[in-house]
Write a protein that binds this ligand. Structure first.
Ligand SMILES: O=C(O)CCC(=O)C(=O)O
Ligand SMILES: [Fe+2]
Length: 362
C-alpha cells in the first residue's frame, strides 16, 4: 500500500513564492492525500516510521524552504534520538518564569489538562480555591499566546532547529498548552499513567517547568528507548530472555503478548503502570528541576507526569511540533499574528513553522 504513495504525487503543486506554501495550505493537501490514500492509522506501530519518512519527504518536496544547517543542536538531537528525550537545562530565566507565572495567575483556568476548545463548556476558574478542586486546570490558548516569553521560546532557533533535526524537515508548531497539577486528588489519572501520545507520525514536545519540580510534585517519567519500534522490541526481547527479578505476572503477560501490540489500544499504556514499572524500572528516568527547566521528548515513547505526593502544585508548559496539520492541531481559530506585534520574526521559516497556530493574514 505504502509504495503507492510518494512525494511525486504532490509535485504538481508548486508554490508561487516561498511564502505562498504557507498560504496555500500545503500541509492540508499532504494530510488529505496521504491519510486518505493510505488509510493510515495511529496504532500501526510498523507503518508509523515509514509514514513519517514519506511525510518528511513530502514536506521537503513541496515546501521550498530547506531545513536550516542545524549542526549546533547535533549533540541534543543525538540524545533525543537515542533516548527519546533530552534535558535542556534552564530555558527561561528566573525573571522570565516570574513574568509568565504572574501573568497566568491573572488569567482564568479551566478544568482538565488541556483546553482544546478554549472557553467551550467548562466555566472559568480562579486560583486560590476554585481551581484547586480539580486534578488539573489549563489555560486558554489565547491567554498562552499573549503570555510573555512562550511564543518567543517556541520560535527560538534552538527549539526550532532541534525539532527540525528530529523530524528531518521543517516542523509545524501545532500545540501550545499549560496546565496546573494540584495535590490531593488520589491515584494517578490521565497523563499521570504511562502512555504514548499519538498526535502525529513523528512529533516532539518541549516541556518547561514553571514551578520548581522535585520528586513530590510531578517529575516527568520517561522510559528510555520506547519511542522507536526497534529499540522497544530489543528492550522487550532482552528482558524476556533475561527476566532477572521481574514479577511472575509480568513474565506471564509478556509470554502471552506480541510486543508490537503494546503500541495500541489499552496497551498504549493507561492502566498498567505496575507492568511498565516492573518491566522498565531500570530504563525509567525522572526529569525534574527548578522552574525554567526545559526538556524535549518524543512523546510517542512511554511517559507520564508522576502523581503528586506532597502539597505543592506543579505548573508546566508544552510546545509541540509535528509533520503537518495532525489531529492534535489546535487550529479551530488561528491566533492573529498582528496581535503579537514583533514578538515573532516574519522570516519565511518562522512563517511556515507557525502557520497552523498563527494567522499571518491578520
Ligand atoms: O504531566 C506530564 O509530565 C506529562 C503529561 C502528558 O504526558 C500528557 O498530558 O500527555
Ligand atoms: Fe503524554
Amino acid at each position: 500500500m505504502i509504495e503507492q504513495f510518494s512525494a511525486d504525487m504532490l509535485l504538481p503543486y508548486r508554490p508561487r513564492t516561498p511564502e505562498a506554501a504557507v498560504d496555500d495550505g500545503v500541509d492540508v493537501e499532504i494530510l488529505r492525500r496521504f491519510v486518505r490514500t493510505q488509510q493510515v492509522h495511529w496504532s500501526d506501530a510498523f507503518g508509523r516510521e515509514g509514514y513519517a519518512a514519506l511525510m518528511r519527504e513530502c514536506v521537503n518536496a513541496v515546501v521550498p524552504l530547506r531545513p536550516l544547517p542545524v549542526r549546533r543542536v547535533d549533540g541534543l538531537a543525538a540524545e533525543l534520538d537515542t533516548n527519546g528525550y533530552v534535558s535542556l537545562g534552564p530555558v527561561l530565566t528566573d525573571r522570565q518564569v516570574e513574568e509568565v507565572v504572574a501573568y497566568l495567575r491573572t488569567r482564568p483556568c479551566y478544568a482538565g489538562h488541556h483546553v482544546f476548545v478554549p472557553d467551550a463548556g467548562t466555566p472559568p476558574l480562579r486560583l486560590g480555591g476554585e481551581a484547586e478542586r480539580n486534578r488539573f486546570t489549563s489555560y486558554s490558548r489565547e491567554d498562552l499566546m499573549l503570555a510573555p516569553h512562550l511564543v518567543e521560546l517556541a520560535t527560538s532557533p534552538t527549539v526550532v532547529d532541534l525539532a527540525t533535526r528530529h523530524l528531518g524537515c521543517l516542523p509545524s508548531f501545532y500545540s501550545l498548552n499549560s496546565f496546573w497539577s494540584f495535590p490531593g486528588h488520589g491515584v494517578a489519572d490521565v497523563g499521570q499513567q504511562f502512555h504514548r501520545d499519538y498526535d502525529d507520525f513523528n512529533f516532539v514536545s518541549l516541556f518547561v517547568c514553571l514551578t520548581d519540580v522535585d520528586e513530590t510534585n510531578g517529575p516527568h517519567a520517561y522510559i528510555r528507548g520506547t519511542h522507536r519500534l526497534n529499540s522497544f522490541l530489543n528492550l522487550w526481547a532482552a528482558k524476556r530472555k533475561n527476566p532477572g527479578r521481574l514479577k511472575p505476572e509480568t513474565v506471564r503477560i509478556m509470554d502471552g503478548t506480541r510486543p508490537e501490540k503494546t503500541f495500541a489500544n489499552r496497551w498504549a499504556g493507561y492502566g498498567i503502570d505496575w507492568f511498565w514499572e516492573d518491566l522498565f524500572g531500570d530504563e525509567t528516568d525522572l526529569i525534574q528541576g527548578p522552574a525554567g527547566t526545559g526538556f524535549v521528548t518524543d512523546v510517542y515513547g512511554l511517559h507520564r507526569g508522576m502523581p503528586l505526593t506532597g502539597d505543592k502544585p506543579r505548573l508546566i508548559v508544552w510546545i509541540r511540533f509535528g509533520l503537518y496539520a495532525n489531529p492534535g492541531t489546535e487550529s479551530a481559530t488561528r491566533f492573529s499574528r498582528a496581535r503579537l506585534g514583533d514578538r515573532v520574526g516574519a522570516d519565511p521559516v518562522t512563517r511556515y513553522v507557525t502557520r497552523l497556530i498563527l494567522d499571518w493574514a491578520r
